[in-house]
Structure formats: structure tokens, C-alpha cells
Design a protein around this ligand. Structure first.
Ligand code: FAD
Length: 566
């Protein structure tokens, strides 16, 4: 009998709503009462997205300083590096997801979370139009608008089909938790159907042909997981089907894992060869139908491959909401949002972007060349000695990652090598004079080696942590002022974002993994797999997921992988 009052409240609330619902991020509600006076002065901070970037920002943010609102169509965070584990039934979906509300609950001050999709950002009026996309919604009242003072865009990216016909309709993607669960079910479905008594051998072979398009880290890890699921578990449950199974990886580049050290891609290729996983390199998919993939090989020949299941894993593209926003702020020709090194979106005030949806346009040394020359104390003759250049480079190298990387890779501070010149006979290198033109040419060359940050969880998480630190002190500093000076703290109190590459893993199946570690060191084998287990366990966002993942891994060793077809 006590359950009647919530309905009464819903009835009263629904009566007061009409037309388009406009919710201000600092809208006053009765429950907030006493805190309102304080909150009026606070800036309204809107965060879009609850992935790696959004959640790491939220976790480190002092929420008592802002009126924080988060919008995302999923009310949980996904630990994406373990998605391939879900496809094989090694780890359960809920073990690698953490409710955003649980993360938000532990913050200093309560924040608002709305499960909705942002469809449009209006930079001029500082509003974000959102829509409730869930199955349960109030008809005609799906849309609402949020106002903000500060906006953090952490919308990630979506799979890129490159406009190839049939990919969207017939291939699986591996981006979201639902994708991973669907793939797992689809593999089991292929086995159940192939096991039916009335099918021919040819039909069974087609059903058990698994095609993975994309030989990058995700595609390779998935292929390895699939191999292990089939050969360690499913062959015992479906006797007689093993020899009909075929896994093929189609890769456009000449090697799989081409972004890794060649010793790693070589090891992975040989391992796949031994396991019977076919790798087709230099091949590009042209079209996909409901039962075959058309491929063009290196010599331009077209051929078709029948398949039971195809997984598309070839890279990422821009989300429509981000494309529309880029058009609005004059960044139309780009693939991702351009920010400065403080993660501020170029051409748009009070807006920050991080993670897969953004890229930092790093500062070029040549943009600051006059200040650098002043620092190096140019002689009247317009020349500099090697000693002066060395000192100047040393003092600015922290500011320009491209210079730091160059000096590290090229015999530290060999200025003559940087200039592409030899020391004249009998001269002390320190006193060799160098023309400014030669120095500018050399620094221009270093600038041309600027690398974009990779679209990884590692970058997104570090950017989130960095931005939270800036936000936690922003009100007390002059963070909004112009670009930094070359030396010292200058006009800017924050250091620009600097990415620390901690290494990258590539699990290869059968309890083996490869890792490319900082300093171009590599590690391959079983011990690397143990390192992978410990790193990913330690990186879990909560003790709950840490416990669940460890439990799932142990369960797999004792009972095998999940093979329930739901
Ligand atoms: P995401 O994590 O994708 O988050 C985007 C957020 O925006 C999501 O919450 C989404 O729901 C939300 N969103 C989307 N559209 C809207 C909208 N319209 N309105 C509001 N919210 C919206 N990286 C590594 O470093 N190591 C790895 O081992 C690794 N393995 C990976 C394995 C797989 C299978 C995949 C798919 C990726 C892997 N990555 C890995 C890459 C890593 O997951 C991404 O680089 C990272 O997720 C980027 O973080 P993000 O916050 O920018 O985007």
C-alpha cells in the first residue's frame, strides 16, 4: 500500500512540463535549496561523454568548484581494452563497466547526470541540445537543451567504414559493450548452426569462416581471442567441426601490427601462421554482402570470400555531432577537433576537447623563433656559436616535444648533426659560428617531425587528469590569457599538456603477449602476458570491477569460457 506516492509525484511533475524542455545546467530545484546561494556564483560545467577522457576528467575534478552536469547516452564507463575478452566469453560485460552514477557519488559535491545524446552544440549561445534516445521516453518530450559556461567535449569517435558498401549492414564492429556481446553470441550461433545435421560440408565451412578486417591491435587481439575460444573450448563442445574452422585477417598494410616494432609484428605473423590463422596483407575490402566479402589484392585482382561472421576493425571516424560543431567553428576540413596544448578548442571560447574526438595542434618552434633567437643572444653579425645554440636548445626543449624527441634520438645535443654540417678542420666545435638561416632551416625540419598523439585510452586518460588539474585551480589563475612565453612561467600558469607514453600491449593469444615499452624496448612471451594481466587489473576504475575481472579470469582457467547461446 505504500507504493502510491511516487505515481502521484510523477503525475504532478508531468503536468508542469510542456513543449521543449529547457534544463539549465544550474537550474534551481527545491532539493538544492540551501546550497543555491553559493552555487549561483559557480560556473556551469557541462561534460559530454563518459568514456576514458570524460571519466578520468571527472574522477580528478574538484566538483565543489563548479555546477557539473554530464550527458552521455550510456550511464556507465567501459574499460575498452578488455572488450576482446568479452567477445570470447572470458570476461563478462558487467565486469568491465562501472556506473557513472557510482563514480559521481564519490565526488565532493553532487553532480547531475543525464542519460541522453547530445545532438547539437551551439557555440555562440553556449547551449547543447540533447535527446533521450532510450526505449523508455515521454513521447514529444525527448528533446531538451542545457546551458553552460564551460564545455568539455569528450565524445570519442565512431567506427570508420570509409563508405565501403555493405560494411555497416553486415559487419560487426568492436567499439561498445553491446558489440562485444553480439560478437560472442554470433560466434556461438555460427557453431550451433554448423552443427545441424542436414547441412553440407561446404555450408558448414562457410558458417565457420571468420573474417577479421583490420590487422591493427584491436583486430589482432580479437583474432587471437577467437582462436583461443574456438580451439580451447568450442572444439570440445562441438566435436567434428574443428577442421572446418577458418580465421582470416585482412590487412591493408604490408604487415599486421604495423605501428609496433617490426620484431613484434614478425612474431605475431609467425605465431598466427603456426596456429593456422591466415593473414592477407596488402589487401583492401571493396564490398560486403550478407554472405561474402569482396577483396582487392596487391596486384589489383578481385576475389570473394564467403563468411559466417565478419568483424570490421579498421580505424575510427568523426561522430556527426562533432562534425557539425567543427563546421560551426571554422574547422570543417578537419577529421577531429583541433585544440591548443591546453586542450582549448581553437576558435571557440571556454570549450575544451580531449580524447579520440580531438587532437592537439602542437606549437611549432618556428612560431617562437624570434623569442628563441633573443634568448640565444645573437651577435651583431647575425650568427650564433654552437655553444649558444646548445644552451638555447637546452632551455626550450621541454616546451617543444618534437625537439626533445629529436635530440634524444639524434645523439643528444649534436648541433652540427642537427644542422647537417661537419665541424671545419682544426676548429673547436663549441666556437663554430652558424648562420641564423641555417638554424631556422634545421628547426623547421624538426618541426616537420611533429607527431600526432595516438587515439588511445592512455592519451584520453592522461588528458582527462591534466584538464581536471587545470580546472581545479583555474579560477585562481589567469589560465584564460594568451599563449605562453618560451621560458619560465610567463603569462601562463599551466604547463601545456605533455603525453607520457607508457608503452603499448598486443595480446596474441595462448597466454602470450607483446609489449612495446618506452625507449623502443620490446618484450614478448608469457611473462609479458602476466604483465598485461597486472597492468589492466591495476588500471580498473574501481575495486568492484577489479575483483570481477580477476574472478572472471580465474573462472576461465577452471571452467573454460562461457558458451551459453542466449
Ligand atoms: P570513448 O571512450 O569512446 O568515450 C566517448 C563517450 O562519449 C562515450 O561515453 C559515449 O557514450 C559518449 N557519446 C557518444 N556520442 C555522444 C553524444 N552524441 N552525446 C553525448 N555523449 C556521447 N586504448 C589503449 O590505450 N589501450 C588499449 O589496449 C586499447 N584497446 C582498445 C580495444 C578496443 C576494442 C577499442 C574499441 C579501443 C581500444 N583502445 C585502447 C582505444 C580506447 O578505447 C580509446 O582511445 C578511448 O576509448 C578514447 O576515449 P574517449 O573518452 O575519447 O572516447
Amino acid at each position: 500500500e505504500e507504493k502510491w506516492w511516487p505515481y502521484l509525484m510523477m503525475l504532478a511533475a508531468s503536468g508542469s512540463l510542456g513543449g521543449l524542455l529547457v534544463v539549465s545546467a544550474d537550474a534551481k530545484t527545491k532539493e538544492e535549496g540551501p546550497t543555491e546561494k553559493v552555487s549561483e556564483k559557480k560556473k556551469r560545467l557541462l561534460i559530454l561523454g563518459t568514456g576514458w577522457a570524460g571519466v578520468s576528467f571527472l574522477k580528478d575534478l574538484d566538483t565543489s568548484l563548479y555546477e557539473v552536469t554530464i550527458v552521455s547516452p550510456r550511464n556507465y564507463f567501459v574499460f575498452t581494452p578488455l572488450l576482446p575478452n568479452v567477445t570470447s566469453g572470458t570476461v563478462e560485460a558487467h565486469s568491465i563497466t562501472e556506473p557513472v552514477r557510482r563514480i559521481a557519488r564519490n565526488r565532493k559535491k553532487s553532480i547531475k547526470f543525464y542519460e541522453a545524446e547530445c545532438l547539437h552544440i551551439d557555440a555562440a549561445n553556449k547551449t547543447a541540445s540533447c535527446r533521450d534516445m532510450s526505449d523508455v521516453h515521454v513521447k514529444g518530450k525527448e528533446d531538451f537543451t542545457l546551458e553552460y559556461d564551460l564545455l568539455v567535449i569528450a565524445l570519442g569517435a565512431q567506427p570508420n567504414t570509409f563508405g565501403i558498401p555493405g560494411v555497416k549492414e553486415h559487419c560487426h564492429f568492436l567499439k561498445e559493450i553491446e558489440d562485444a556481446e553480439r560478437i560472442h553470441q554470433s560466434v556461438l550461433d555460427c557453431f550451433e548452426t554448423a552443427n545441424l545435421p542436414h547441412l553440407s560440408d561446404e555450408e558448414k565451412r562457410k558458417l565457420l569462416s571468420f573474417v577479421v578486417i583490420g590487422g591493427g591491435p584491436t583486430g589482432v587481439e580479437f583474432a587471437a581471442e577467437l582462436h583461443d575460444l574456438i580451439h580451447e573450448d568450442l572444439v570440445k563442445l562441438y566435436p567434428g567441426l574443428e577442421e572446418k574452422v577458418k580465421i582470416t585477417v585482412i590487412q591493408g598494410a604490408d604487415h599486421i601490427l604495423s605501428m609496433f616494432d617490426e620484431r613484434i609484428s614478425d612474431f605475431a605473423e609467425k605465431k598466427f601462421q603456426r596456429q593456422g590463422v591466415e593473414i592477407q596483407t596488402g589487401c583492401f575490402v571493396q564490398a560486403v554482402t550478407d554472405n561474402e566479402v569482396t577483396v582487392k589484392n596487391k596486384s589489383g585482382q578481385l576475389y570473394t570470400m564467403p563468411y559466417g561472421m565478419a568483424v570490421w576493425s579498421t580505424g575510427i571516424g568523426t561522430r556527426p555531432v562533432v562534425s557539425k560543431f567543427m563546421e560551426q567553428i571554422g574547422q570543417k576540413s578537419r577529421r577531429v577537433l583541433a585544440t591548443d596544448e591546453w586542450l582549448r578548442v581553437k576558435g571557440c571560447d571556454n570549450t575544451f576537447a580531449l580524447g579520440d574526438c580531438a587532437t592537439i595542434e602542437q606549437r611549432k618552434i618556428m612560431e617562437d623563433i624570434d623569442e628563441i633567437l633573443k634568448l640565444a643572444d645573437v651577435k651583431n653579425s647575425g650568427t650564433l656559436t654552437v655553444k649558444q645554440i646548445k644552451e638555447a636548445l637546452e632551455s626550450i626543449k621541454e616546451r617543444y616535444p618534437q625537439l626533445k624527441a629529436y635530440l634524444k634520438a639524434n645523439n643528444k645535443h649534436d648541433v652540427m648533426a642537427l644542422l647537417g654540417k661537419k665541424v671545419p678542420d682544426g676548429k673547436n666545435v663549441q666556437s663554430v659560428e652558424v648562420s641564423i638561416e641555417d638554424l631556422k632551416k634545421a628547426l623547421g625540419h624538426v618541426d616537420s617531425q611533429l607527431k600526432l598523439f595516438p587515439a588511445t585510452a592512455q592519451v584520453a586518460a592522461q588528458q582527462g587528469e591534466y584538464l581536471a588539474k587545470c580546472f581545479n585551480t583555474m579560477d585562481h589563475t589567469d589560465a584564460e590569457k594568451g599563449p605562453p612565453r618560451v621560458r619560465g612561467s610567463g603569462r601562463h600558469r599551466f604547463k601545456p599538456f605533455q603525453y607520457r607514453h607508457l608503452g603499448q600491449f598486443a595480446p596474441l593469444g595462448e597466454e602470450q603477449a607483446a609489449a612495446q615499452l618506452p625507449g623502443d624496448r620490446i618484450s614478448i612471451g608469457r611473462s609479458t602476458m602476466w604483465l598485461w594481466y597486472s597492468v589492466y587489473l591495476s588500471k580498473q576504475v574501481s575495486w568492484r570491477t577489479r575483483f570481477l575481472v580477476a574472478f572472471d579470469w580465474s573462472k576461465r582457467v577452471i571452467f573454460g569460457r562461457d558458451s551459453n547461446r542466449m
